[in-house]
Design a protein around this ligand. Structure first.
Ligand code: ADP
Ligand code: MG
Length: 289
C-alpha cells in the first residue's frame, strides 16, 4: 500500500476507542493520563455527544491535569468545540444536544441534575473565538460576575478584585486610567484579555478557550499566548486551536481529535515529533485538515 492508500484504509475503518487502527503502538498514552507529577482536575470517561440523531463525539476518555495547558487539535468539524463545551455544560444551551458518559471536576459529577450550572461555569470559565465583552465599561465587565456571585461585600473589595483580575490578565497598565471607557472600544487583543480577566475575576479552576486567537493579529496573539503560559501557575487551561504552532508553543499536552474520536493524547513534543498514530501524523504533516 502506498501512503495514501494506507491512510484511506485507516479513515474508512471503524474507529473504536483506544484501539484505533493505525496506532503504531498500543501505548498507555492513548487514554490520556496527565503527566505523572500532576493531579487530575477533570476526568472524562466514555463521553458521547449527540445532536439529534447524529453522534458528534464517540466514547472519549481523557484526564485533564491541574495546572496544565492541554491543547485540542484536529480537522475542522472533528468535535473539538463540542467536547470543550461538555466541560462546563455549555452544550445544555443547545436544545438538540445530548451528552452521555461521565464528566467530573475534582471528583464531582458535573452532569448531576443537582449541579449548580451557574457556579460550574464560574469554576470552569470560557473564552470564545471572537472577543465578546459586555457593552459596558471596562470596570463593569469585570465587576459584574463577582457581584452576582456575591464575592464582595463593598466597593473597595470590588475595586481590588477588578484590579487583580486585570493585572493577572496583563491588562491593568493599559486600562487603569480609563476604567469607565466601554470595553468594546478596546483593540481586539485587549478585548480578549478583558474576557480572560472577566473569567479570572470569579475564581475559576479551569479556563476553556475555543480558538481564542483566531480573530487576533500576530502581535496580539503573542501577548495572549504569553498570558496563557503565566495563567498556568494558577489555573488549568484547555485550549482548542487550529494552529499547530500555537499548540506547540503554549501546551504541555496535546489531544488529537478525528471525526468525533480522540485519536491520541500525549506530551506536546511527542505529538509533534513522534506521534503514536498515523492519523495524527497525517494531520501534523499537513496531509489533511
Ligand atoms: P470543531 O470545533 O472541531 O470544528 P464542532 O464541535 O463544532 O467541531 O462540530 C462537530 C460536529 O458536530 C460537526 O459535524 C458539526 O456539524 C456538528 N455540530 C456542531 N454544533 C452543532 C449544532 N449546534 N447542531 C448540530 N450539529 C452541530
Ligand atoms: Mg470549533
Amino acid at each position: 500500500m502506498d501512503q495514501r492508500e494506507s491512510f484511506m484504509s485507516v479513515v474508512e475503518s471503524p474507529m473504536n476507542g483506544v484501539n484505533l487502527p493505525g496506532a503504531r503502538e498500543q501505548g498507555e498514552q492513548t487514554i490520556g493520563r496527565p503527566l505523572l507529577d500532576r493531579k487530575v482536575s477533570m476526568r472524562c470517561r466514555n463521553v458521547d455527544v449527540f445532536y439529534g440523531d447524529k453522534q458528534a463525539i464517540h466514547d472519549v476518555s481523557l484526564d485533564i491535569g491541574k495546572h496544565e495547558v492541554l491543547a485540542m487539535i484536529g480537522p475542522s468539524g472533528c468535535g473539538k468545540s463540542t467536547f470543550l463545551r461538555c466541560l462546563n455544560r455549555m452544550n445544555d444551551t443547545i436544545d438538540i444536544c445530548r451528552v452521555e458518559g461521565s464528566l467530573q471536576l475534582d471528583d464531582e459529577d458535573i452532569q448531576d441534575p443537582g449541579m449548580d450550572v451557574e457556579l460550574l461555569r464560574a469554576r470552569v470559565g470560557m473564552v470564545f473565538q471572537k472577543p465578546n465583552p459586555f457593552p459596558k465599561s471596562i470596570y463593569e465587565n469585570i465587576a459584574y460576575g463577582p457581584r452576582i456571585h456575591g464575592l464582595t461585600r463593598d466597593k473597595s473589595e470590588l475595586d481590588e478584585i477588578v484590579e487583580n483580575a486585570l493585572t493577572r490578565a496583563g491588562l491593568w497598565n493599559e486600562v487603569k486610567d480609563r476604567l469607565d471607557d466601554v470595553g468594546t472600544g478596546l483593540s481586539g487583543g485587549q478585548q480578549q484579555r478583558l474576557c480572560i480577566a472577566r473569567a479570572i475575576a470569579i475564581n475559576p479552576e479551569v479556563i476553556l478557550m475555543d480558538e481564542p486567537c483566531s480573530a487576533l493579529d500576530p502581535i496580539a496573539t503573542a501577548t495572549v499566548e504569553e498570558l496563557i503560559d503565566e495563567l498556568r501557575q494558577r489555573y488549568t487551561i484547555v485550549i482548542v486551536t487550529h494552529s499547530m504552532q500555537q499548540a506547540a508553543r503554549v501546551s504541555q499536552r496535546t489531544a488529537y481529535f478525528h471525526m468525533g474520536r480522540l485519536v491520541e493524547v500525549d506530551r506536546t513534543d511527542r505529538i509533534f515529533t513522534n506521534p503514536g498514530h498515523e492519523l495524527t501524523e497525517a494531520y501534523i504533516t499537513g496531509r489533511f485538515g
